[in-house]
Design a protein around this ligand. Structure first.
Ligand code: SAH
Ligand code: SF4
Ligand code: F3S
Length: 474
């Protein structure tokens, strides 16, 4: 498929708004005929980037007149997929069977698939062959074309597939519908150029490209005027933000500019690659009072040899030295990480190096993953794939260590007073409300929904391992 390069990014936005108008008429006609509103459901798999993309899909569906439902028994269902590990794909295939049974009962139902998994040719072939009831498929690079594609899908009897191999485009200013009124993700860059040898993301998200700083700042100002207090700056490697832009900008400078936005109260970002975390960024984080006391810094492995094979461009010692530097400037910062167990060739000694880093750094929490072979990545072709039982044993040992350290780290905050952004009424006990501390931990405390979206001081009275019970202070 081509990149529709005859349209500029600005023209593209206008064209998509024209499709939104056309869709409004079609949806309104349809619902008049049926005598009821048409419903939609967006299900998101994967990372924050996908969650943000789903807010864009919802924004458009809201605009054209669909009504949101949590049930997948809806008139329009879309899965925004992830393919980072094999089990992400399996989940989607499993649930498609269920969707088919719903579609047999509802002839109006339209089923769409988008996201990272759709950028893989094998996936498309499999869907064409075994899931022919799917109506619309598109990928990560042309998600902004959703209004046009939905319009075509509604008119057509056939499966519509539009996948681009890559793109240089950044099409902005289409509607979004945020999950939370008071916080929002903000894309600062798209794609990834790092090609960690195990990772499929660069193949499905394309080459790295940064948004212009002014566009980012304008978007955040608009969000703030709409009630947003906290933003999460999103990119696969935010530390390399700004490369290729004409402006004199990098992530540290961007952070300072975002920090200056009046009315904004909290800034988070994801994800930081250790190889690109500069001294300037550490300075900026320490200086900028709105930047939360939390850094997610994926380790992946503690063995320098494995890190080399992973193409991560840092050693065990580099990582430990970086952590020291960060803690020196920000002693209270919470550090979290991602770790992969069972990368090809990982020996018991390599694994013990990972355990050693975990013990030395004392992460506040860690996401631990079993290595998943992704076809097309260099690691998939490596010798010495580690047997499943060995991986499982290492994974269990790592998880136990990570959890025990996490628990004792969490305990040290008990009794302290923390500023908390209230997110929701507790789903199990409606006399409690729940919010997040600066370090990203969750606390539940007595209160009512009028506090949702406010930042309040909460005393942590009890640590429950990975969350707290507290009470409003003062
Ligand atoms: N850009 C981010 C991570 C994106 S993917 C970064 O570089 O940190 C999120 C996490 O999934 C990664 O940090 C890694 O730990 C894990 N992951 C990626 N590919 C994987 C694979 N093939 N098998 C298991 N875990 C994987
Ligand atoms: Fe994958 Fe590495 Fe890019 Fe992260 S930095 S998305 S792990 S290739
Ligand atoms: Fe998954 Fe794509 Fe994110 S593969 S982790 S949804 S970038």
């Amino acid at each position: 498929m081509n990149n529709n390069s005859s349209r500029t990014d600005e023209q593209e936005t206008l064209i998509q708004y024209e499709y939104i108008d056309k869709l409004k008429d079609i949806i309104s006609d349809k619902s008049n005929r049926l005598g009821r509103k048409l419903t939609y459901n967006v299900t998101t798999f994967g990372c924050q980037m996908n969650a943000r993309d789903s807010e864009k899909l919802r924004g458009i569906l809201d605009k054209v007149g669909y009504v949101r439902t949590e049930s997948e028994d809806a008139d329009f269902v879309i899965y925004n997929t992830c393919t980072v590990r094999e089990n992400a794909n399996n989940k989607v295939y499993g649930r498609l069977g269920y969707l088919h049974s719903l579609k047999k009962k509802n002839p109006n139902m339209i089923i769409a698939l988008c996201g990272c998994m759709m950028q893989e040719e094998v996936v498309i072939s499999k869907i064409k062959e075994s899931y022919s009831f799917v109506d619309l498929i598109f990928g990560t690079h042309n998600i902004f074309k959703f209004p046009e594609l939905l319009y075509n899908a509604i008119q057509s009897e056939d499966m519509i597939i539009d996948i681009w191999k890559d793109t240089t485009r950044i099409v902005e200013k289409l509607p979004t519908s945020r999950k939370y009124a008071f916080k929002s993700g903000v894309n600062i860059m798209f794609g990834c150029n790092n090609f960690c040898s195990y990772c499929i993301v660069p193949y499905v998200r394309g080459r790295e490209r940064s948004r212009k700083p002014d566009e980012i700042i304008d978007e955040i100002k608009e969000l703030v005027s709409d009630g947003v207090k906290e933003v999460m700056l999103l990119g696969q490697n935010v530390n390399s933000y700004g490369k290729g832009l004409e402006e004199d900008i990098d992530f540290a400078k961007l952070l300072r500019r975002v920090n200056d936005i009046e009315g904004l109260e909290r800034i988070r970002f994801m994800t930081s690659h250790p190889k690109d975390l500069s001294d300037e960024l550490i300075e900026a984080m320490a200086d900028c009072k709105k930047v939360c006391q939390h850094l997610h810094l994926p380790l992946q492995s503690g063995s320098s040899e494995i890190l080399g094979k992973m193409n991560r461009h840092y050693s065990k010692e580099d990582y430990l030295a970086l952590v020291d530097k960060i803690r020196d400037k920000m002693p209270d910062i919470a550090l979290t990480t991602d770790i992969i167990v069972g990368f090809p060739g990982e020996t018991e000694e390599d694994f013990l190096e990972t355990m050693d880093v975990v013990k030395k750094v004392e992460f506040d929490s860690a996401f631990t993953f079993i290595y998943s072979k992704r076809t097309g990545t260099p690691a998939a072709a490596m010798d010495n794939q580690v047997p499943e039982d060995v991986i499982k044993d290492r994974f269990d040992r790592l998880l136990a260590e990570v959890q025990s350290i996490g628990r004792s780290k969490a305990e040290t905050y008990t009794g302290s007073i923390q500023s908390v952004l209230v997110e929701n009424v507790n789903s199990q006990d409606d006399s409690l409300i729940s919010g997040r501390m600066s370090n990203n931990s969750i606390v539940h405390f007595p209160g009512d929904e009028s506090l949702i979206g406010s930042i309040v001081d909460v005393k942590l009275t009890e640590c429950k391992g990975f969350y707290y019970i507290g009470e409003l202070d003062g």
